[in-house]
Design a protein. Structure first.
Length: 179
């Protein structure tokens, strides 16, 4: 009886002490803003996010108000962080888009340039170009493996579908179109 009481008391003490500590509001505050209760991991996450942003160096359509040339809040915040990072390192920010309207693309790139002109970065430290995000990308072996996986499905897909080779033939059988 004493043992169980001691165990309950110890568990209650641990739960109370853990419950009293205030949890951090977020892990990676600086690119998204400041918090009064930062995580102890915040510095590590900041460096990771900065390194990823320097590798990527891009903006996309998601960073603009739809159907306009105006940067949205996400785009403005991203460019603000890029301005701080590129002040030190310099580089080219790539605008990646699927838009076919050349005028809209050029006007959006001009919006990026105008925004960067309002920051502390020297104009000669940064260039704005149209292009895909930077980074390592994927080599041919990875692309072929991904394509093969998408064609054949999971390794046991044939067994589950009764020996059929594709998702469509499996669906055809379920819908009454198969044998």
């Amino acid at each position: 009886m004493r043992r169980s009481f001691a165990l309950v008391a110890a568990c209650t003490f641990i739960a109370a002490s853990v419950g009293c500590s205030e949890a951090p509001e977020r892990l990676n505050a600086p690119p998204q803003g400041i918090t009064e209760n930062p995580s102890p991991l915040q510095d590590s996450f900041t460096y990771m996010v900065d390194n990823a942003m320097l590798e990527d160096l891009s903006l996309a359509d998601i960073h603009f108000v739809p159907h306009s040339t105006e940067l949205n809040g996400l785009g403005a915040r991203r460019l603000e962080r890029y301005a701080k990072l590129l002040t030190v390192y310099g580089g080219a920010i790539r605008y990646s888009t699927d838009l076919t309207d050349k005028t809209m693309v050029e006007r959006r790139m001009e919006s990026i340039r105008r925004y960067l002109a309002t920051t502390s970065i020297a104009p000669e430290r940064v260039n704005v170009i149209q292009g895909m995000p930077g980074g390592r990308g994927m080599d041919a072996r990875e692309a072929m493996a991904g394509k093969e996986e998408s064609i054949s499905g999971a390794p046991d897909a044939k067994a589950k579908s009764g020996g059929k080779d594709s998702l469509m033939s499996s669906l055809g059988g379920l819908l009454g179109g198969g044998k």
